[in-house]
Each structure stands twice: as C-alpha cells, then as structure tokens.
Design a protein around this ligand. Structure first.
Ligand code: HAM
Length: 443
C-alpha cells in the first residue's frame, strides 16, 4: 500500500531545494550583514513554553499546535514558531550574563501548525527570523523592518508592501481592550464561536477574525490609533519617519494586531501586491516588539524585537517573479559530465572526477559503457556545462577533449594541466552567461 505524505507537508526536491538554498543564503547573508549570529534550538519544547509566550488567547495555541505526551508523560509541542525557543535558550544558557546588548540571533528551520492547508499555508513550513534582545529604543525596531525588507527586495520584488501598527503601551492596550469589549457587547451574539471566546480572553484577537460576516462588524470597531498614548504615537511616528529616510514607505494598518500574544508596541508585516490574478499567499513575514516576553518565561526584564519570514511564501513569490529562463543558470546543473568510452576508460575517469572535485568543481561520470550519442544525451539532461571525453586515444596522448555544451566548442586539454584549465574554462563560461543575462535585461 502506498504511503501518502502527511497532509500539509511537502517535499523539497532537487532544483526546488536549490531555490530554498538560494533564499536561505540571502537570509543568512543579510542577517550577517546586520551582525546577527546563528542560533539553533530544538524542534520540540515543553508545551508550557508556548502557552506562556505565544499565549493562550492565540489561535496558534488554541487550535494549531502539534502537542503530544512523550513516553514519560510530558506534554511536548512541535514548535509553531521560533521566537519562544530562542527566549527559552537565552534563559537556559544565561546568554544575557555579561553580554553586550543587544543580543542578536538569527535562525532558519521548520515550524509546525495544524492549519487548513491552502496556497502558501502548510502544516510543516520553514521560517527564517531574527531576534534582538535588550533593544534600547525604536532604532532596533527599524533595524528589524529594514532587514526583512532587504531580503524580500533582493528576491526581485519591485514593491514590498509594509504594513505597520502600534499596539501601544500597557495603558493604551487596556483602554483599547475596554473600548472593544463595550463595542462588541451587543454584537457578539451574532459572531462566530471563536470571537465569543476571544472577547472573554483578549478582544484584540477579534480584529484577526477571517469570517466574512464578522469582518463587516469589525469594520465599525473603535480604532487602536485613537487609544494610543502620546508616547506610543511618537514612537510609531519615529519608526515610520526613520524607515522613510531609509527609503521604505509603510502603511499604517489599524487592524494589524498579529496573532501572537507577546507583542507590545510596534508590529509589522510584509505583503506582496503581485497583480490582479496572483493568489494572495498571506504575509511574507512579520514581527514586532515584545517588552515582557523574556521576563514572562523566567529571564531578565529585557525588551526585544524580531521578525520571521515564511520561506514557502518567499519561494512562491520567487517563482512568480522569475520566469524559468531568467533563473540562475547554475541551478540544477553540473559543471562537467565526464564520459568514459570503455570499461578501462571509465576506471580512468574515476580518478579524473576525483581530481576535478578536489579542485572544487562539480562533476559526474558514467559507470556503464554506453554509446557516445547516449552519453551526450545524458549530459544534456543533466544540464552539464561541459562534457569531458575520455577514449583510448585520449589515454594514449594523455589529453582529454573538453566540449562546451552551450557554444559547442571543443578544446584539447593535457591531463597534467587539467585543474587550472578547467577552472579558466568554467570562469569564461560563467562570464559569458552573465554578460548574456545582463544584455537580455538591457543593462
Ligand atoms: P508569524 O506571523 O506567525 O510570526 O509567522 C511569520 C511568517 O511565517 C508568516 O508571515 C508567514 O510567512 C509564515 N507562516 C506562518 N504560518 C505559516 C504556514 N502555516 N505555512 C506557511 N508559512 C507560514 C511569527 O512566527 C513570529 N515568531 C515572528 C516574530 C519573530 N515576532 C517577533 N520575532
């Protein structure tokens, strides 16, 4: 019987994996440009970590966690996000002791949410993210927005749409919650069961409701901006003004409250407006400021700010942006396909391939004798840049034929010179391809 993949999971194979590498490398590159260091935390954590951080009023904790008891009867959860684990690690490892603040970490890895699978929404997905702990002021919030923006922009998106809001300080939020309770009091009867629960636990969550009838009711709700204290307003204005100086325009979205309970102050999300019929895959990423998260899970009283990007969603827009013929030519391709024309030639090719790989170039060879025509077909299918032909004559003369499979030009190369000649042929090849790419783009 065939075993199907788990609903909401997907395999990332070959060129698709190359694309993920490309995206992850850009994330890593930018994180390092901003001086963040990598942190890797376990995929499983004790369930109470998420109850205390992501929060009991969130949909994630209420409906979406993969929680189970292990053989020792402990309640464990597959991480639905990575911020909580980073905070736990900071506490466990006392990373704050004698530290130079802010602590700055980035992470990449799988997360799990039991959501209804649809375009851009999986049950196992991947996040890249950063956290800065000991954030002194609004510049740190700006830094987080800018970092995510650059990553998305570098994937080729012309216009990253940044939504921003402030949840305000404690007093602003309490006043606003009260105003929402009053507003929804005589409307809640006609709203969904989730909203009924949300009104009790945290009325801010109602603003996130996706039920169309409820969205209509939410439209008339009091606006968070009317309840922000002077300081919170000033903070939000400062963030927006600094982002503008850095060339990033954002739109204030009064209903942006984000679905995790730990946020205080600034919250933001990145969206892509990709033309009429492009499917909305939801936010490409989001983040915000959290004043009490570290303290709430037993650490010192340090404020933080972070952001996470969804790699599946970045991969999706990457495909929409880049037509197939525009994707980097080195995707899915091997540098050299080495062809041995007889059993003994194949033996010789094993050492040749070893030499090429030691020189840091990729190659593959045939292990079975086949016709030269069929070997060239294989080289084409593998999108090899060059074929290296090794027959009896080549062995005798200690010279191999190297054929550029794009220009179809052939060069005889002495085996003793192979390393450096292959390097320069490859370099020439890449330069030609890049020049052609630039020419096609009109640059
Ligand atoms: P989040 O908004 O829940 O924030 O998730 C961040 C991103 O992960 C989303 O914008 C989306 O791109 C991606 N994502 C979420 N759920 C799914 C899913 N089911 N399938 C595919 N992609 C998904 C957080 O997780 C916070 N930890 C962000 C943060 C870091 N805040 C402060 N620091």
């Amino acid at each position: 019987m065939e075993i199907n993949p788990v609903k909401g999971t997907h395999d990332i194979v070959a060129s698709e994996a190359d694309k993920y590498h490309e995206i992850e490398n850009r994330c890593r590159f930018f994180a390092e440009l901003f001086a963040y260091k990598e942190i890797r935390t376990p995929i499983i954590e004790h369930t109470p970590l998420f109850l205390r951080s992501v929060g009991e009023s969130s949909d994630i904790v209420n409906k979406e966690m993969y929680t189970f008891n292990d053989k020792g009867g402990r309640s464990l959860t597959l991480r639905p996000e990575m911020t909580a684990g980073v905070m736990r690690s900071i506490v466990t490892n006392k990373l704050y002791a004698n530290a130079d603040f802010p602590l700055k970490y980035f992470y990449i890895g799988p997360c799990f949410r039991y959501e209804r699978p649809q375009a851009g929404r999986y049950r196992q997905f991947h996040q890249f993210g950063i956290e800065a702990i000991g954030a002194p002021n609004y510049h740190q919030d700006v830094e987080a927005v800018v970092l995510g923006y650059h990553i998305i922009e570098t994937l080729g998106l012309k216009k990253v749409h940044v939504l921003i809001n402030s949840l305000g300080d404690e007093e602003s939020r309490n006043n606003y919650r009260e105003a929402l309770r009053k507003y929804f009091a005589d409307k809640i009867e006609n709203m969904c069961p989730d909203c009924k629960r949300r009104l009790e636990v945290n009325p801010l969550r109602i603003l996130d409701c996706k039920v169309p009838e409820d969205i209509e009711i939410v439209k008339g709700a009091p606006k968070l901006s009317d309840y922000l204290s002077k300081e919170s307003k000033l903070y939000l204005d400062s963030v927006i003004a600094e982002l503008k100086v850095l060339g990033i325009e954002c739109e204030i979205d009064n209903n942006l409250v984000r679905g995790l309970d730990y946020y205080t102050g600034i919250v933001f999300e990145y969206h892509a407006k990709m033309g009429e019929d492009a499917k909305d895959v939801g936010a490409l990423g989001g983040g915000g400021h959290y004043a009490h998260l570290l303290k709430d899970i037993g650490g010192p009283d340090l404020e933080g700010v972070g952001l996470s990007l969804g790699l599946e969603r970045l991969a999706y827009i990457y495909d929409l942006i880049h037509a197939d013929d525009e994707k980097p030519v080195f995707y899915d391709s091997v540098d050299f396909y080495v062809m041995g024309l007889s059993e003994s030639n194949i033996d010789k090719c094993v050492s040749l391939c070893d030499l090429i790989r030691r020189e840091g170039m990729s190659c593959e060879q045939n292990y079975e004798v086949k016709s030269i025509k069929s070997l060239f077909k294989t080289a084409d299918r593998k999108k090899a840049k060059f074929a290296i032909i090794v027959g009896d004559d080549e062995i005798k003369t200690k010279t191999v034929k190297v054929k550029n499979l794009v220009s179809q030009t052939q060069t005889d190369v002495k085996m003793d010179d192979l390393g450096h000649v292959l390097h320069s042929l490859l370099q020439e090849y890449l330069e030609t391809i890049y020049a052609k790419l630039l020419e096609d783009k009109g640059e």
